[in-house]
Design a protein around this ligand. Sequence first.
Ligand code: ZN
Length: 710
Amino acid sequence: MLAATNGWRQSDPLQNLNHLFHFHVARLLGIRENELSFLLEHIESCDVTNPMAIWQADSLIERYSKNFDLELGSILSKLIRDSALTPFDPTLLRFSPNGLRMPALSVPLLPVARTLNELTIASSIPGLDALLQQPDFQVLNAFWGVPKLTAVWCEPDQLRQVLNLVADNMCLAPSNVRLATEITNGGTPWINLGEVSPSGKVNHWFSPTLQRRYSACPVYCARRRLTLAVERLLPPNVKAEIEGALRHRFSIQQVLADGEALERFITTSESMAISASGILRSMSGLDHADRKNERLEVIHADSLQHSSHRYRNDEEAVIKFVHSILYKGVELGSSDIMFQEFPQQLRVRYKVDGDWFDQEGDFPGHIAKQVISRIKVISGLEIQYVRLPQDGTFPIKIGDQRYDFRVNTSYQAQGEQAVLRLQRDERSVKSLADLGMPPHYVSAIKDLMEGDHGLLILCGPTGSGKTTTIYSILRSVDAVKNNVLTAESPIEVFLENISQTQVDDDGPYSFAMWTRGILRQAPDVVMMGEIRDEESVEALMRLSSSGHRAISTLHTNSACEVPNRLFLFRAQPFMVADSLKLAISQRLVKKLCPRCAIEEPLPTEELLVRLGIKPEWLAGANSVRRGRKCDFCRKTGVSGRKAIFEALIVDDEVKIAIQERAPALHLQRILERRGEKSLFEKAVREAAEGVISLEEACKFREVASTVSNG
Ligand SMILES: [Zn+2]
């Protein structure tokens, strides 16, 4: 069937390669004689004078699957079965900005790693590696100026994404080969290790010990090739030594990476190795019969130096395990870590961006007691009290950075549990502008905080980020000139120059007691964590109408509901109208994962109307985005959060409406008339800008409808 090849051999070798690529794929696909017209049509449609355009279009394989209505995934998996073990993800690599040169072919060949003698390219053609060794393809070696060329396979879609990213830095060589051979790929690709996490599978081949010894991180491993990230290219003798250590199973490719990122990568690898194998191996060796004694051993081990060797190993394993979990928690940016004891297993969970997820791995139930005991020891709690809830704290140090954990232990039906909250540091408090608050809200807060009196209420459900915003507001207040007092339950961030008091409504010192004594302390700015009852509302009203500035929070859905909620606490309308200056409602939206978000066409106008979205909110957007769910985002499609705000700024018009006990809907209409956007509209506009998905934005439809009904 490929007899026609010869007829197409032209004087231009690169043009010739185009045909060879296509015939190779056609042979892989098993395209039959009567389907040849489809192949020819595809080749003809490839305009190699404009490669970027064809690279963005469907590849031959994708076209084939569409034309014959076959499932692309199964075709690909069949084709790559014997040509590459795992698809390579080129988005892992960042390219040196200069010298990313690609030949003008009908298929993209993206250089991803280079050593002195060898260049690795990524392409969507399965089996390209074997093809490259044929004489016809030597022209590519000449093009890049390397003796040896190898290929890794990657998904067409991923390749297109990377091409988009690097398009500006890409130099397309002219198809004229005489010119092309004079150009070589000047840069060594480098990898942004900050975006790569160690993979257990690859670490299996290149262990953390080797990583530490050679200061090299394994980032990719195919059948016979291992790609190492290094700060400086390895000298040939060291490279040979590594290949020897790996028993010549792999040849080594190198990419450059930042030194600090390398160090972090290696430390993470080491801590993964501890949690994955060391702990379980050393603990499963102990039989259950002497478990009781051995637990005591762990408990007293801090003071006992003469424990048996075996027990000491065991205790070290527990310490390493706990440390590796804490380390991972910090690395993930989690707010909480939970250890739960079950009869059959220890469950370890992290809370990141407001969602819990489990630590992978099988931790047998009998280690739970030791792990939780260890946490109690370091937090200064009593080990023998199992059923009594206890609170404690402990610090850890990672690198030069100190992290403080607040610990709560309790007993559930199945066993003990310990919840660790990572105490935030004053440095983590962002400015209001950095939180994403619109400038006119920021200046309204500033006016209030620098004015002579007034009340600011933040509202939103639990977990909407109110506390974070309050700390940002407190930070914006000049705490030297002003006497700033707070009552919090609990204190989450300690702020300099501010008198913070921990109160507890179930304990001896409640919010109400705090407010009773407050005036004697001559405050300027007062922050009360939460409005709970009539007494605290009355105190806030009194303070904020008598020359003080007060801040608090309420659980209402929208800013416009705040005045009416205060009425429910028996506040008088004239008092609310006089003291309330600003009500801000906020929500957190989940941002799309930067690694796997893809564009999607806009929904039809009919669907938009059904979703309650006005088409003009999406004006200017040609598409929306959604996350495909990758390993980077732990299959969630989202990464990180962002706050959106809606504010009721009390001016004369709003003041009169409050005095007249106007319903929330009426206040909402006033805001609309002023051009203030609703939370829902703001969320949809974030989606139009590709920051969040449209699905995420639609979660705020409810907020819109409760206000209009209420
Ligand atoms: Zn992702």
